[in-house]
Design a protein around this ligand. Structure first.
Ligand SMILES: N[C@@H](CCC(=O)N[C@@H](CS)C(=O)NCC(=O)O)C(=O)O
Length: 208
């Protein structure tokens, strides 16, 4: 049995999808349509009703994008996606994955689903504007991190790259604009010409 990744187009599940392309071993992709993630069949896979989830070779399941990315880096060391030969860089990778999931991704929640925070629709725009301020701070810091560097951790690609790529794509859905973060733009352009990224994006049927 091969790994089976559950994803929805243009979500954070694109990150493990790209990592699987880079690993270049057979895997199965279950691309859910929006809404299917809340149906009983998928809730048996991930009761949280979120993507990504991955079914492992032995049938066990892992959820949470960061955990799945670390799993892939560790299970496929030959793909060199974990910076395992420098322990400090390995911890920096954990640090960045934690930051991107718990801070940046989390601050997208008021943008994607303001109704989860405030019932009153008339306040949704104010909530979104507040979260764009926070996202601007995150993108400023991520942009600085990439100054003079091709990759966010160390000198070669890791599983942090596809996660950062997803976050640079989501900027387009906000008023912030990728051009305001030149290093992030350069990074995104670089990822956009990668064959694994191109394959994953084409499979998900989303624009570059
Ligand atoms: N903490 C989870 C968050 C996953 C998450 O929020 N996934 C989004 C897509 S990026 C989702 O499935 N949203 C559907 C929903 O909330 O209804 C992780 O990092 O994997």
């Amino acid at each position: 049995m091969s790994l089976k990744l559950y994803a929805m187009p243009n979500t954070c599940a694109l990150a493990p999808h790209i990592a699987l392309e880079w690993i270049n071993k057979p895997y199965e992709l279950k691309l859910l349509k929006r809404g299917q993630h809340r149906e009983p069949e998928y809730l048996q896979i991930n009761p949280k009703g979120k993507v990504p989830a991955i079914v492992l070779d032995d049938g066990r399941i892992l959820t949470e994008a960061a955990a799945i990315l670390v799993y892939l880096a560790e299970q496929f060391p030959e793909a060199n996606l974990g910076n395992t030969n420098d322990p400090y860089e390995r911890y920096q990778l954990d640090e960045l994955l934690a930051y991107m999931t718990s801070e940046v991704h989390a601050d997208y929640a008021p943008h994607f689903a303001p109704q989860r925070f405030i019932d009153d629709e008339s306040q949704h725009n104010a909530l979104r504007q507040a979260t764009y301020k926070r996202l601007h701070e995150h993108y400023t810091s991520l942009n600085e991190r990439l100054e003079g560097k091709k990759h966010p951790v160390g000198i070669r690609r890791t599983v942090a790259d596809p996660y950062l790529y997803v976050l640079t794509r989501w900027i387009d859905q906000t008023p912030l604009g990728i051009n305001n973060y030149p290093n992030l733009k350069r990074f995104r352009d670089q990822m956009s010409s990668d064959t694994g990224v191109l394959r994953a994006v084409a499979t998900q049927g989303i624009p570059l």
